[in-house]
Design a binder for this molecule. Structure first.
Ligand SMILES: [Zn+2]
Length: 444
């Protein structure tokens, strides 16, 4: 006997608004007297003759009136559900273990139904109810595992930040041990909560290992955090923020310590300042003094002092540390001497530049300095009816060592010649001077 309308569907129709229209009056009256409608009934009873034409749509419409209840859509009555003896509002089936609460959006009617009847409602309701059921089960699981291992949820949520909150960078083996173990614990925890096959015992076993590793890390920190060249948390954060993963790996491979190979790749401000302060002790022995540092341009200004001659010159921090940083690590740096360092620098400041220029002019055999345009990095020398426009920067840096060493040197004329931009005739020279005069006027 095929049922057109089951007992359950009858209940649904009674509780929904859609079936109350006058148009379904015959159906409604029939259902009041009968629990269901069969195919036979449709053939026998005249008032049911048109039921088949609309019933499927009417049922869908009625199902659509129902939504899951916002207030606890799913409730697990627990293992003692049989004692409670709850029954389904729709089919009367009991006892229910799982209560599904749905509400009619047209009339506000509420129903507490079992899992089977929940399937009667639209895909959306069924989907949401299933989701709500899963979430409820997950919550119960989380509670279970938290009772066994207090603090586990917090650990899973925040253990990735553990390393970056330590005062120093860990060596590779400890870092990997930690990462590996926290991944295992997190994975097992999530598998357990996600209702996959996983035992709390597995989580507990791995959790105990976490604590062992933690105390190993603590011990390492206590032993090393005050040692020289240990890489601290500021450096770690700088490396992370500047995406220097490969430098971080190098430091970890060096046991968490800085080395000559990594120091010149890190531009964390405090580290740079401290490094220069330490380097100054070594520079002073050579007659070089660390004068100032611009952390924005990373330019280091040094003062070179020899035989009562001084030059101020600058060098990029990276270059300085790359070439000579080894002395900070007691490594043998063969070229750590006065002139090698001077060679890496650029003469800085009008005073130093002027000193070298007049030295060049006084010691040149062929050339005489006639004009200075230092703001344009140009000077003009005169020789044998010609005027030589010279790049100051090139000339001064070629001659700085000669100047400061007071050594006899016959190459000065060659250096002037190397530094020339162009040679001018007397006429060209006077035009050039006029132009300079005009542009100077315009500037002021
Ligand atoms: Zn039911």
């Amino acid at each position: 006997m095929t049922k057109i309308i089951t007992e359950k569907q009858r209940e649904l129709l009674f509780r929904s608004e859609g079936a109350k229209s006058d148009r379904y009056k015959n159906l409604f009256l029939f259902l009041k007297r009968n629990n269901s409608i069969t195919m036979e009934d449709v053939e026998v009873y005249k008032e049911l003759s048109d039921v088949l034409s609309y019933i499927d749509n009417l049922l869908i419409a009625c199902q659509r009136e129902w939504n899951i209840s916002e207030d606890k859509p799913f409730n697990d009555l627990g293992i003692n559900y049989k004692i409670l003896g709850r029954s389904c509002d729709l089919c009367g089936n009991k006892p229910l273990r799982y209560e599904h609460r749905i509400v009619n959006i047209m009339n506000g009617n509420k129903l507490v139904i079992g899992s089977e009847c929940a399937k009667e409602f639209g895909d959306e309701v069924v989907g949401t109810l299933e989701w709500a059921k899963k979430e409820s089960e997950k919550a119960a699981r989380r509670q279970d595992v938290e009772t066994t291992i207090p603090g586990i949820r917090k650990f899973v949520d925040s253990s990735k930040d553990f390393i970056r909150n330590l005062p120093i960078i860990l060596p590779t083996h400890l870092n990997e041990k930690w990462e590996n173990q926290r991944n295992i614990v997190s994975r097992y925890y999530n598998e357990f909560v996600e209702l996959k096959k996983r035992d709390i015992k597995d989580i507990k076993r791995e959790w105990i290992k976490v604590n062992f590793i933690k105390s190993e890390i603590d011990e390492h920190i206590k032993e090393n955090m005050h040692k020289q060249h240990i890489a601290n948390r500021d450096i770690l954060l700088w490396l992370i923020n500047n995406r220097k993963a490969e430098v971080l790996d190098m430091i970890r491979n060096d046991g968490g310590f800085l080395s000559w190979g990594t120091l010149h790749r890190i531009y964390e401000e405090n580290l740079m300042e401290e490094t220069l302060k330490n380097l100054n002790d070594h520079l002073l022995k050579l007659g070089i003094k660390y004068k100032s540092f611009n952390s924005k341009t990373r330019s280091v200004t040094l003062k070179f002092n020899r035989k009562k001659r001084t030059i101020t010159a600058s060098v990029p921090y990276d270059t300085l540390i790359l070439h000579f940083g080894g002395v900070l690590f007691n490594e043998e740096v063969n070229d750590f001497d006065f002139y090698n360092i001077l060679n890496e620098t650029k003469v800085e400041g009008r005073e130093s530049i002027s000193k070298i220029l007049s030295f060049v002019s006084n010691n040149s055999l062929k050339y005489i300095l006639t004009d200075k345009y230092l703001e344009d990095d140009e000077v003009i020398f005169f020789s044998e009816n010609n005027y030589y426009l010279i790049k100051v920067n090139t000339l001064v840096n070629s001659c700085k060592s000669i100047y400061i060493s007071r050594a006899k040197n016959n190459d000065i004329d060659n250096y002037i010649n190397y530094s020339k931009k162009r040679i001018m005739s007397r006429t060209q020279y006077s035009i050039y001077k006029d132009i300079k005069k005009e542009t100077k006027k315009l500037k002021y």
